[in-house]
Design a protein around this ligand. Structure first.
Ligand code: NAI
Length: 342
């Protein structure tokens, strides 16, 4: 089964399922930070899903209009808006999947870690509410720095006594989406067929595309590997610079996050063939959190696909060794942030 092109399958399924508007199942999805640059187009894409019966939009401002606007689309899900901390608990009641893109994005010259001080608090507060109101939900963390915000979420859930590592995900789908796009362009491949696993984390050199594991099988020169790897690692910065102060990736991010939500809903719905890359608690390496390909099931992470870490090229092995100290430091920073709080 491992020879199949997992994510491509997910992509085809997602593209196809958006064409149907008949409800097939009824899952409840909440977006926290729904009024923002990612939140709005993500809400639109999730509104198109036939698997969703309720779409709850939460933000500290500007979410009423977004919900009113979206609610006029004649797709099955009911849209509801929730503004401010006093409405957060209601937003989360009985929710199956919570997506968190709340927080500030990068401006030119900033690293994702520069966002830590603001976003760490936002993620902590929101995940506390998730723990209190829908502890069984799948939690998708988009807010950066993902390398630290996922460990923060894990610590908060542990403190609340409801941590299920199989249900906490750092969303790295955009790295896969970018890798697939850039490789297809470079090699003149049909986009829908291309699938590149991306492992490690979600910042700079911690983003490691395993080009040698690209499907369909394709060969790269050393120069191509270097150029593609660096472009995939810096793709977020490409967008930040092009937007020149107006933020970071929002539309491609919404597309990627919607794909991860759709995959999660299919897994919840009993589909037994759902694979994505995600940053999760992991035993694949000596680091406690690590992104890799996973199999999704009704209870979250069903399996970690370890085979893709075998037979790495020398370039990939060196890059893997090089990313570990940075990723380790980001994980420890996140854990310390929660543990040092009174
Ligand atoms: P944005 O500033 O356009 O939107 C953020 C939204 O969060 C705003 O509507 C704001 O009101 C809301 N917000 C702020 N504090 C909140 C709180 N306490 N509770 C609820 N909502 C709150 O930012 P954008 O572009 O949507 O980015 C959001 C986050 O996603 C950033 O941290 C960014 O770095 C991250 N990101 C992650 C990517 C990934 O691949 N994982 C890719 C691109 C961005």
């Amino acid at each position: 089964a491992l020879n199949r092109s997992y994510s491509t399958k997910a992509q085809k399924h997602t593209d196809r399922s958006y064409r149907y508007v008949q409800p097939r199942a009824s899952y409840k999805v909440a977006i926290l930070g729904a009024g923002g640059g990612i939140g709005q187009p993500l809400a639109l894409l999730i509104k198109m899903s036939p698997l969703v019966s309720a779409l709850n939009l939460y933000d500290i401002a500007n979410v009423k209009g977004v919900a009113a606007d979206l609610s006029h689309c004649n797709t099955p899900s009911q849209v509801a808006d929730f503004t401010g901390a006093s409405e957060l608990a209601n937003c989360l009641k009985d929710v199956n999947v919570v997506v968190i893109p709340a927080g500030v994005p990068r401006k030119p010259g900033m690293t994702r870690d520069d966002l830590f001080n603001i976003n760490a608090n936002i993620v902590k507060t929101l995940v506390e509410a998730v723990a209190d109101n829908c502890p069984d939900a799948f939690i998708h963390i988009i807010s950066n720095p993902v390398n630290s915000t996922v460990p923060i979420a894990a610590e908060v859930l542990k403190q609340k006594g409801v941590y299920d590592p199989k249900k906490l995900f750092g969303v790295t789908t955009l790295d896969v989406v970018r890798a697939n796009t850039f490789v297809a362009q470079k090699k003149n491949l049909k986009l829908i067929d291309v699938d590149v696993p991306v492992i490690g984390g979600h910042a700079g050199i911690t983003i490691l595309p395993l080009l040698s594991k690209t499907k369909p099988a394709v060969t790269f020169t050393d120069e191509e590997v270097e150029e593609l790897t660096v472009r995939i690692q810096n793709a977020g910065t490409e967008v930040v610079e092009a937007k020149a102060g107006a933020g970071s990736a929002t539309l491609s991010m919404a597309y990627a996050a919607a794909r991860f939500v759709e995959s999660s809903l299919r897994a919840l719905d009993g589909d037994s063939d759902v694979y994505e890359c995600s940053y999760i608690q992991s035993e694949l390496t000596e680091l406690p959190f690590f992104a890799s390909r996973i199999k999704l099931g009704k209870n979250g992470v069903e399996a970690v696909i370890s085979s893709e870490l075998q037979g790495l090229t020398e370039y990939e092995q060196k890059a893997l060794d090089a990313l570990k100290p940075e990723l380790k430091a980001s994980i420890e920073k996140g854990v310390a942030f929660v543990q040092k709080q009174p």
